[in-house]
Design a protein around this ligand. Structure first.
Ligand SMILES: [Zn+2]
Length: 450
């Protein structure tokens, strides 16, 4: 088969790989990069509100090195792909999907599909989800010249998948890890994979986000949960938590600790829709929903134009039926004087946070990648420094990515013929970690027969 890595051979983010067998083509992930061609921080914001189906946008973004040059993929072109496989719902893996031809089937887990569906209700860009092939766990999906077997992976994105792919004509096999770890609330998924690995693949396309990075303070999700517990023990009246609305493991940790310490966990309408949308899925039995005890929704101006409520319940929205429930669970910012609250904070709800009396006295848990704190275009970052919340802040976060020993455990269990580095800033370090004879470094935009 022919293997082309359009992006990912020496960067984290924007992963995009093509596999071709005869005339059959499949794509592994279609991620938004963090940087443009010149390595400059790529702003997603200019895309907001634009009619991103315009052919103009596609050629412009190709020129800036944001969209990889791939024939037969985009919606301005004739469909020439059998499927797009998405490993999970992080933007750096699916964030360019809205440019793809909607006729191409998308293979995605039920949980990741629900995450993207929820985002679709809140953002102007619409990732096409009309042509879905659900990626269960450990089931064969025959697609064109390939057989695809998805595997549940433990990652900070909900219901992530790796893919074991067999080329029908030659029997050659490849395992694409996607992003994964063995330290989250679903570490069992990793243990199962290592205990009962699929047949020795010819190639392992292995993410290496953590390669070359230092040791984190909180190694596992349980460590992060312990860190949260210690902060809540200090008895602050108001604890703000900067955390991704998609990090379901972290939201579960926060919910458990908030309940134990007598706090209500306050989410916003977007997070409420995320939780409601996944609550009936197989891996979500411990995930809180809008009706769980101690869950409240921060709504600035219910009934008078709260932006997120308006988007959630607009006509035709999947979440229109939530209007009453959102109202019943609402907590107005000005009503937070009595009681103890743990409030999730994201870019979009900064105005609601500013409406909380004495919000500047809150304790802030920064519970996501610290690198975002250096990105000045983020509203949340600006807000944190302007309001002095950084002076009363603790960074409590465990990574979504495997540490080096976990990468080595997976490689040992799968025992692949060769390892292809992906999603890493340090592909050269793979030779020390796995042995030079095991590594096949493939450069971006260079088709290789494998
Ligand atoms: Zn990820």
């Amino acid at each position: 088969m022919e293997f082309t890595m359009y992006r990912g051979s020496r960067q984290v983010g924007g992963t995009c790989i093509e596999l071709k067998s005869g005339s059959s083509r499949i794509l592994l992930d279609l991620g938004m990069p963090l940087n443009d061609k010149e390595g400059k921080d790529f702003l997603v914001d200019p895309l907001k509100g634009k009619k991103v189906w315009d052919k103009e946008d596609i050629s412009d973004l190709k020129q800036r090195g944001i969209l990889p040059e791939i024939e037969g993929l985009y919606q301005d072109d004739k469909k020439d792909f059998d499927a797009i496989l998405l490993s999970h719902s992080h933007g750096d893996h699916f964030g360019l999907l809205h440019f793809a031809n909607p006729e191409i089937p998308v293979i995605i887990s039920p949980g990741a599909m629900k995450m993207i569906e929820t985002l679709n209700a809140f953002v102007p860009r619409q990732a096409p989800l009309s042509n879905i092939i659900p990626a269960g766990h450990n089931e064969d999906l025959p697609i064109g010249g390939f057989i695809i077997k998805p595997y549940l992976m433990d990652h900070s994105a909900f219901d992530a998948r790796g893919f074991f792919i067999t080329e029908k004509s030659t029997g050659k096999t490849l395992f694409y890890s996607g992003d994964f770890r063995a330290s989250g609330h679903k570490k069992k998924a990793f243990e199962m994979l290592v205990d009962r690995p699929p047949m020795k693949p010819d190639y392992l396309v292995l993410e290496g986000t953590s390669v070359g990075r230092g040791e984190p303070e909180y190694k596992t999700e349980k460590d992060a949960q312990r860190g949260i517990r210690e902060v809540l023990k200090q008895g602050h009246r108001l604890v703000l938590v900067a955390c991704s609305g998609q990090n379901i493991d972290r939201i579960c940790s926060l919910y458990a600790e908030a309940r134990n310490a007598g706090y209500a966990l306050v989410i916003d309408p977007y997070v409420a829709c995320v939780l409601e949308n996944i609550k009936d899925l197989p891996y979500a039995s411990k995930v809180p929903s809008l009706t769980s005890p101690g869950i409240r929704t921060l709504i600035h101006n219910y009934g008078h134009g709260d932006k997120y409520v308006r988007l959630a319940v607009k006509e035709g929205s999947k979440f229109a039926g939530l209007k009453k429930l959102l109202g019943l669970r609402k907590l107005r910012p000005e009503r937070t004087g009595a009681g103890k609250y743990v409030v999730l904070v994201r870019d979009g709800i900064v105005p609601a946070i500013k409406a909380i009396p004495r919000y500047k006295d809150a304790f802030l848990i920064y519970s996501q990648w610290q690198g975002y704190l250096k990105k000045s275009h983020r509203k949340l970052t600006e807000f944190i420094f302007e309001s002095g919340l950084d002076k009363n802040m603790k960074h409590i976060h465990s990574s979504g990515h495997a540490d080096v020993s976990t990468l080595q455990s997976l490689a040992a269990a799968l025992n692949p013929g060769k390892i292809i580095p992906v999603h890493t800033e340090h592909p050269e370090k793979y030779t020390e970690l796995f042995g030079a004879e095991k590594i096949r470094q493939i450069l971006d935009d260079t088709p290789m027969e494998i």
